[in-house]
Design a protein. Sequence first.
Length: 121
Amino acid sequence: MKLKWLIPAIISSFSIAIAPAKATETRCGWLQNPTPANWFLKDKDDNWLISAQGGYQARGMDNLPPFKDDEYVKTNVNYGYGCACLNVVTNKNLRRIIAIRGGEQLPLSTCRKDPNLPKNP
């Protein structure tokens, strides 16, 4: 009787172990932090949710690149936006970044000159 329950558990564990990992992709655009704990990346495809205050938060938030003051636009005291490329795992259906593996800040001029990005984030 116990064996009947053990076999499905072993098969289930094995299938999880061999499932393919989600691929990391590089997304570049406006990295926005308009208010506390609210983060978005606006790239050529969409506006990706990274974090919402009191709710959703992508794994790896500590991997967001720090911004230099001269390449960061403050729009709300210490909050604002900059230009960045992030190495992320996404959920395209929900337009969410689910994991941040790393990234780098880019000059503001990079995003401003990109014809695929909005001029004002």
